[in-house]
Design a protein around this ligand. Structure first.
Ligand code: SF4
Length: 448
């Protein structure tokens, strides 16, 4: 049973030093009990107390990592039902299905799409993370060969899908060092897959036919010493699968029910044959509450919106998305190209840089750190005014890269032009358009 806030409080130092980010040990204990804080935030807790608190300190949905290195995918670790309560922690991974009954050319083109389908947006690279290798043939050696091919030709994480423990063992033989997800332990092969998971230190997915059976299987697995578990409730209708996701999340968080306190895997690819419907179902699981989402294929027209939906849902609602401060070169600018400046709210950057790119006019875009606020908001907050802009323009040394010393400011902060000319001697301040859509027409009239 998890500890109550008062029981946790008794184990804390009770100095109320505030280093954990809340003013008192009691407040910290309450946050820990609610799964909204991590024990590591208190630097003064004793080793003895740490051991006792480990269960209470563990997130109600344990995190699981698939893969190694830069491409490792961490799922789970969630602490809230709704994004507005705090934030969602670890975005779900998207997996493409590759079967050992597919033609070689189809396997190659799917692996190719895994590599090619990645997108730059708001300074981030959006891409899928996983390949689910399925043993439809039932042949262990065929499966092993395909797993080896995936390993050699993709840096994505791997899901080994088979009901046959011999096939899973064969797949693990070639890719255990990449920490794949073993899918799946069922009531018929539980002991065998538990041994495989423990022997290889790889995470394992549990598949059951309902939540009750799922609870029994995860209990047995944890008793057998397997810690990294992913849940498949077995539902393959949209309604039941959605209901299961909500029940699993709610039971783990609100009831602190450990047997369901793990991330989930869902299979939109097994819920419809229509690719568009599949994408819609997948988007539902991005919002609620898929940990790994397996798709029948990756196509740009459905994958890109899913990646963007995931980005939007897994951003911290309390922090605006921000672009890194600096000089951005668009369309290969030179010493005669215009210099524009804007705020570092990602959406602003995205719109302004897109319009400059569309104009085909080589330009320099200065992005000033305004703590992720838009032009008008940051101006009103005093973060995008002459006093703040001029030190940045001097420090970034754009003056050394151009001949003309003209700076185009957004139309909305036209009132700053006089102040900027005072703060930046030798510079001519030009007032650009208010709206991003008018930037291309404005730039076409540019003369150094
Ligand atoms: Fe108490 Fe530790 Fe927080 Fe200090 S850092 S207030 S000792 S819980």
């Amino acid at each position: 049973m998890p500890l109550t806030g008062i029981e946790i409080f008794k184990l804390l130092p009770k100095t109320n030093c505030g280093e954990c980010g809340v003013p008192t040990c009691l407040a910290f204990a309450m946050s820990l009990a609610a799964g909204k804080a991590e024990l590591s935030a208190c630097p003064h807790v004793t080793e003895e107390a740490k051991a006792k608190l480990s269960e209470a300190a563990a997130p109600p949905i344990l995190p699981v990592t698939i893969g190694v290195g830069d491409r490792a995918l961490k799922v789970g670790g969630e602490t809230v039902m709704f994004r507005h309560e705090k934030r969602f922690e670890n975005p779900p991974g998207f997996a493409i299905l590759i079967s050992d009954t597919m033609e070689e050319s189809e396997v190659d083109s799917r692996l190719d799409r895994c590599k090619q389908l990645q997108y730059e947006r708001v300074g981030l690279t959006l891409r899928p993370e996983l390949v689910a290798v399925k043993n439809d043939s039932g042949d262990a050696s065929k499966f092993e060969a395909l797993v080896n091919k995936v390993k050699q030709n993709s840096d994505c994480g791997i899901i080994l899908m088979s009901t046959n423990p011999d096939s899973l063992a064969a797949g693990l033989k070639v890719c255990a060092d990449r920490k794949p997800l073993i899918y799946a332990a069922t009531k018929d092969n539980l002991d065998h897959t538990a041994d495989l998971a423990k022997g290889s230190s790889c995470p394992v997915a549990v598949k059951a036919s309902n939540l009750e059976e799922l609870t029994q299987l995860t209990t047995k697995l944890t008793e057998a010493g397997v810690k990294d578990i992913v849940l498949d409730s077995g539902s393959r209708t949209v309604r039941q699968a959605f209901q299961d996701q909500v029940i699993i999340r709610s039971t783990a968080l609100n009831k602190k029910f450990r047997p369901l306190g793990f991330p989930t895997i869902v299979f939109p690819c097994e819920m419809t044959n229509d690719p568009m419907k599949e994408a819609v179902i997948a988007s539902m699981f991005v919002a609620k509450y898929g940990g790994i989402i397996v798709l029948s294929d990756f196509q740009g027209e459905s994958l890109f919106p899913l990646l963007v939906a995931r980005l939007n849902i897994y951003t911290d609602p309390q922090r605006p998305l921000a672009t890194t401060e600096g000089i951005y070169e668009i369309n290969n600018p030179d010493e005669n190209s215009p210099v524009l400046i804007t705020s570092n709210f990602s959406l602003t950057y995205f719109i302004v840089s897109g319009e400059i790119e569309n104009s085909k006019v080589p330009s320099w875009l200065l992005v000033k750190d305004t703590e992720g606020l838009s032009v008008m908001t940051s101006w009103a907050a005093g973060k995008f005014v002459a006093d703040a802009i001029s030190p940045f323009v001097k420090k970034c040394s754009i003056g050394d890269r151009i001949k003309h010393h003209k700076l185009v400011i957004p139309g909305y902060i036209a009132a700053e032009s006089g102040g900027l000319e005072e703060e930046l001697p030798g510079w001519e301040i030009l007032v650009g358009p208010r709206e991003g859509a008018h930037i291309p027409a404005y730039l076409k009239t540019w003369k150094p």
